[in-house]
Ligand binder design. Sequence first.
Ligand code: G3P
Length: 215
Amino acid sequence: MQLFIDTANVEEIREAAQLGVIAGVTTNPTLIAREGRNFREVITEITEIVDGPISAEVVGTTKEDMVSEAKELVKIDNNIVIKIPLIPEGLKAIKELAQMGIKTNATLIFSVNQAILAANAGATYVSPFVGRLDDISHDGMELIADVCQVFYNYNYTTQIIAASIRDPIHIAQAAKLGAHIATVPYKLIMQMCKHPLTDLGLESFLKDWEQVKDK
Ligand code: G3P
């Protein structure tokens, strides 16, 4: 399973890239706003750090606006993927961009039907949101399971990005279900790494080594 980092913070991206575990980056307007920096400048900097798919989201709400924003964004780098909200105008934009060979990531997906529509329109990726469903007492992971089942039933080539991931357990669950990618905040990558038995084991290995290192 591939991991993308879900942030617009370049320091976090740099740190995660050094670990060698991230294959791409996803951003959204909220993550960009959190950095308080110019959108284009941030995306350009990210492309200089990570050589993999980098999702940059459009903010237009008509097909025309989305497509013209997309055309500008892909000029930044070949790795740019256009993130498009799953609304009817978004589907039209996904279709047109697919015809132009521009990769898209259909975002704000909360149902299997929305995922089917995105895949049929030609989306490269779909991003079903787990955490935001959990927030309203729905089972977000069940959505991942359902989208995986349907996409595997019909051999869709659209890749599933488990998004809105808030808990490390969601990553392992999404991997077991067959999601191609999980996009996760930096904090979760560090949590994935952590195990108390690893720390205890290392502590005792190093202590034991002290007794023989000079022999
Ligand atoms: O990039 C989309 C996504 O992962 C949002 O996560 O935590 O704001 O629901 P969250």
